[in-house]
Design a protein around this ligand. Structure first.
Ligand code: BTN
Length: 257
């Protein structure tokens, strides 16, 4: 069956010149009576109100980058497995970059890095009932050809072009390739070809700053620690001189300098 070949996904990819946020656009379509087909995807050449994690905005130069969102119905996952989606999507982005011969790492919980610079961010918004995730809107921004970054971001954000010299001419077909890599991950997990255990191992093997001492902050406290691993619930394990402590999303951040 070729359900997840690039060709069938191409028919589900809608490209818009300009929109506020592709996540918001898809969400507004979900509330309609008729559900959207799984893998319906919206790419925007320009996003005027792109959103990031923690109420941040996602700024992206028009016609230079990939900004898109898609919908999936992950009914094979329980509520407790919400981090699984995050791992599948992150590894799908890593696979896609590998296909372009670009090495990258996953900075827990939502960033993709080339070297020390963030080039991509993931925003997953789930609609769940008390038992399961019913619908998931997954938004991805990748800085591709953007050259200039504002002073505020230039020491931590960059683009594929700036970090590797690779210029991507056809953003739409690269967006489709990226979506295809993610779909392969999700579908092989759904069919149990990719087990939870292998997924977690692969995720951990691709982590940014794993086993490397670095500075972190939690609340007002800054401390040195070594990233040991991330577990299947998405908890981060950091080893300090005294102990190994675990952190959920938003309880700790990497210090980049
Ligand atoms: C982050 O790094 O904080 C997540 C950024 C996610 C940005 C993407 S761009 C496409 C989609 N639409 C949005 O409004 N946000 C996501």
């Amino acid at each position: 069956n070729n359900t997840f070949s690039g060709e069938s996904l191409r028919q589900k990819l809608i490209v818009l010149d300009e929109i506020g946020s592709t996540n918001d656009y898809l969400k507004s379509k979900l509330s309609n009576f008729k559900p959207l087909p799984e893998w319906t995807a919206i790419m925007a050449k320009n996003q005027t109100m792109g959103r990031g994690q923690r109420q941040n905005s996602w700024k992206s130069e028009p016609n230079s980058n990939i900004t898109f969102s898609f919908v999936i119905y992950p009914n094979h996952l329980s509520l407790q497995q919400h981090f699984t989606l995050n791992m599948l999507v992150s590894l799908g982005i890593i696979d896609w970059l590998m296909s372009l011969h670009i090495d990258s790492t996953i900075k827990w919980p939502n960033d993709i890095m080339i070297g020390n610079k963030k080039i991509s961010g993931i925003l997953i918004e789930n609609i769940s009932n008390s038992k399961e995730i019913r619908q998931s809107i997954i938004g991805i921004g990748v800085n591709v050809n953007q050259k200039q970054f504002s002073e505020e971001f230039s020491n931590r954000a960059s683009s594929i072009l700036n970090e590797t010299g690779i210029f991507i001419e056809d953003l739409e077909s690269e967006c489709l390739n990226l979506l295809t890599f993610i779909a392969k991950r999700v579908e092989s997990h759904k069919k149990n070809i990719l087990t939870d255990k292998d997924l977690l191992t692969e995720y951990n093997n691709n982590l940014f700053r794993r086993d490397i001492p670095a500075f972190y902050s939690s609340g007002n406290i800054s401390f040195e620690a070594t990233l040991v691993k991330v577990d299947g619930n998405g908890q981060l394990y950091l080893r300090t001189k005294e102990e190994v402590k675990t952190y959920y999303f938003k309880e700790v951040v990497f210090q980049m300098q």
